[in-house]
Structures are given as C-alpha cells and as structure tokens.
Design a protein around this ligand. Sequence first.
Ligand SMILES: C[S@@+](CC[C@H](N)C(=O)[O-])C[C@H]1O[C@@H](n2cnc3c(N)ncnc32)[C@H](O)[C@@H]1O
Length: 185
Amino acid sequence: MTSPVVDLFGVPQQPRRAMGSHDNNSAGHDEWLTPPEVIGALGSFDLDPCSPVDRPWPTAREHYTIADNGLTLPWHGLVWVNPPYSTASKWLAKLSAHGDGIALLFARTETQLFFRHVWPHATALLFLEGRLHFHYANGRRAGNSGAPSVLVAYGDRAAEVLAGTALAGQLVSTSARPHGNEAAA
Ligand SMILES: C[S@@+](CC[C@H](N)C(=O)[O-])C[C@H]1O[C@@H](n2cnc3c(N)ncnc32)[C@H](O)[C@@H]1O
C-alpha cells in the first residue's frame, strides 16, 4: 500500500501531475533539483547542505548529502538550500540560524513555513516570474513545477545576491533579520 500524499501539515492532498501540487509529501519527492540556470544566475555558494548523493552538477563548492545528514553538520559561508520538502521547516530554521544564505521555496506565503521561518527572519525575497522547471535526480528537466517559486535571502550578503541577479522577478526587502548564531531548531 502506498503512503497517502499529504501536505506539510499532514493534510491529505489529491495527487496531481504538476510538482507544486504534491511537493510537500514524504513519498519520495525530495529529489527535485534546482534548474542549473538558477544557480548560475546567483553566482557561487560555499555550501549546499542538502545535495543528491549522485548530483548531475555542482551547486556549491562543498556539498553534504543524506549520507552525511547535512542538518546535523556545521554550516559555513554562503549557503544554498533547496530543502527536502518533507522536512523543509527544519532546513529553514537552520538557515535562519546560520544567517547567511538563500533558500528556494514555493511561494506559499500563507503557510506556517512562511510565518515561522520566512516572514520574521528573511532579509529579502525574490518572487520569480513564471514557473520553474525543476530537474529529476538524473538531470533530466521535468515539466512545469505547477506553482510559483521564491528565493529567500537570510543576511545582507545574500540579499545583495538577490538584488544583483539577472533572474526575472520582484524583489521585496524586509526589515526582518535572521536569528544570527542561535542554535537551529
Ligand atoms: C529538493 S533536493 C535539492 C537538491 C540540490 N540541493 C539542488 O538544489 O538542486 C533536496 C536534496 O536533499 C537531499 N537530502 C535529504 N535529506 C538530507 C539530509 N538529511 N542531509 C543532506 N541531504 C539531504 C535529498 O537527497 C535531495 O537531493
């Protein structure tokens, strides 16, 4: 029997074909890779703490995988986080505590994820124009993700990256500040 598809809060969802409609379940959909052109348009990152074991391209100078458990290791420098959606809240809490990096999320601005980890602590957000096409773990480009995406910056350096990128979108600066060096939840 297969696991029911649930959203971030355990609410059952009807499976649909687009990624954005079932991105938060825990039934094996954590491997959606960032389009390489998005990474390329942001410059270089020091660390990707949640990277595939067999990655088709680099996303940072250093990568942690599920074999390392990047949630438990120390993070350093400018960090790139496209989180496993089934545990996104933990990754956002750790990124906010680290205070220097960018996350790629679906722009579900009404969710607990946003109200706990984005709105109170993010320095800037870039709401991307159009919809992304993520990639499968083997590098093949998937269809339209089915939902809008946003890049979320924690810290001034990360906010400057979003302000300077050529990616099309709407930049929103906030007066919020990351947690700084607090321990991650
Ligand atoms: C949404 S994908 C993003 C992959 C890549 N960072 C990118 O931007 O294209 C999330 C990745 O996190 C990995 N992952 C899941 N749990 C992890 C853990 N505890 N530590 C490190 N990586 C993990 C998954 O294997 C998956 O490759």
